[in-house]
Write a protein that binds this ligand. Structure first.
Ligand SMILES: NC(=O)c1ccc[n+]([C@@H]2O[C@H](COP(=O)([O-])OP(=O)(O)OC[C@H]3O[C@@H](n4cnc5c(N)ncnc54)[C@H](OP(=O)(O)O)[C@@H]3O)[C@@H](O)[C@H]2O)c1
Length: 341
């Protein structure tokens, strides 16, 4: 059977451009026992794959891809054929072999650091692709970051960065619904409008519009208790300065450092952590998949009740996957970035 696969054509020199990726024709291999053949219907476009396009990845993270390798990423699809007793043709599943039309996936096989194992999805009342967004990895990441890592308390003043994106937009709303004061930041006036009016953030900051530290101090002059970091770099530096003593940081991601082959050095004010007894904790949401039931019950309830909004930026067809990844890394998305096959 004929397949089409998005591969790394050449390593990016600086920022990723669509020509660094190529769509390659391939044959689907025959199924081995325990494997299923899936026709992908939705691809999740996630920033972290960019780290694996450089010649080396951060230590402890997934290994780099080699030119010619297919990209991987979370995806949703329908089982076409199964040689696993656990899955039957026609079932909707999620897995980690996105960026291709057809995927051959082993039940109980590889994952992306815990995320993306082959899993049956019963979408119920929700659109299937929401299981890549608010009811999938993006939503779980927001939930874990807020409640397991930051252990958000009712009176905490929270800052969420990259707040108009997939993870950030859920984090802002979950904290707002719990009654917290939430400062949300993103790039550009339209996103600021979205943060304020659609997501209900208490304060919205356009980090591209001027001095981030000054804008933060104007929004919440008495400081913040918790920072949900999606960006790293200058945002993390601003947070360390503005956290109150005993404040906490959830290190969810550092998107400002991904789209380059030479990331800038980290913040120069790390002594703030000592001076103010701050806590910084990193996490990978894939390690918390035991929380799916609780998280889906809470977020699903908010979505059903119309208390939470959810936006997607959808690209059509596998051919658009390179543009989708480049666009998302450059902020040309609101909410979850997806490619529909
Ligand atoms: N720890 C985990 O398990 C886990 C799981 C999923 C995702 N993540 C992390 O969560 C973060 C958000 O991921 P996502 O999937 O929700 O992506 P997203 O926020 O939907 O898209 C990425 C956003 O990053 C922003 N951005 C890009 N370059 C930036 C820069 N230099 N400074 C500030 N903002 C920049 C852009 O928004 P603007 O227009 O606002 O610039 C863009 O929309 C990423 O760091 C990702 O790696 C972590």
């Amino acid at each position: 059977m004929h397949n089409r696969v998005v591969c790394l054509a050449s390593r990016p020199a600086g920022r990723l451009v669509p020509d660094n990726l190529a769509i390659v024709d391939a044959e689907v291999p025959p199924l081995a026992p325990g494997e299923v053949l899936i026709r992908n219907t939705w691809l999740s476009i996630d920033p972290s794959i960019r780290l694996r396009l450089n010649a080396a990845t951060p230590s402890g993270y997934l290994p780099p891809l080699v030119p010619g390798d297919p990209l991987v990423g979370l995806a949703l699809g329908t089982v076409v054929e199964s040689r696993s007793p656990e899955f039957a043709a026609g079932e909707l599943v999620s897995h980690m072999f996105g960026y291709r039309t057809y995927a051959v996936v082993a039940a109980g096989g590889e994952t992306l650091g815990g995320a993306g194992g082959l899993t049956r999805i019963d979408p119920g009342e929700f659109a299937p692709e929401w299981y890549l967004g608010p009811l999938g990895s993006a939503g779980l990441t927001a939930y874990v970051g807020l409640f397991e890592i930051l252990e958000l308390k009712p009176k905490d003043v929270l800052w969420v960065s990259a707040a108009a994106g997939a993870v950030g937009s859920i984090a802002v709303q979950l904290a707002t619904l719990r009654g917290n004061t939430v400062v949300a930041s993103a790039g550009g006036p339209e996103k600021v409008e979205y943060l304020r009016n659609a997501l209900g953030a208490s304060h919205a900051i356009d980090y591209r519009a001027g001095d981030l530290k000054k804008q933060l101090a104007e929004a919440v002059p008495d400081g913040i208790d918790a920072y949900f970091d999606n960006v790293g770099g200058d945002h993390l530096g601003a947070a360390l300065n503005h956290l109150r003593p005993g404040g906490r940081v959830a290190m969810c991601g550092a998107v400002s450092t991904y789209d380059t082959d030479s990331p800038a050095p980290g913040p120069t004010n790390l002594f703030q952590i000592t001076a103010k007894s701050l806590q910084m904790r990193g996490f990978r949401a894939g390690a918390y998949d035991g929380l799916y039931a609780d998280f889906r019950s809470e977020v699903g309830g908010y979505l059903t009740a119309g208390m939470m909004t959810y936006q997607e930026t959808v690209f059509e067809g596998l051919e658009q996957a390179p543009a989708a990844l480049v666009g998302m890394l450059n902020g040309r998305n609101t909410g979850k970035t997806l490619c529909r096959l």
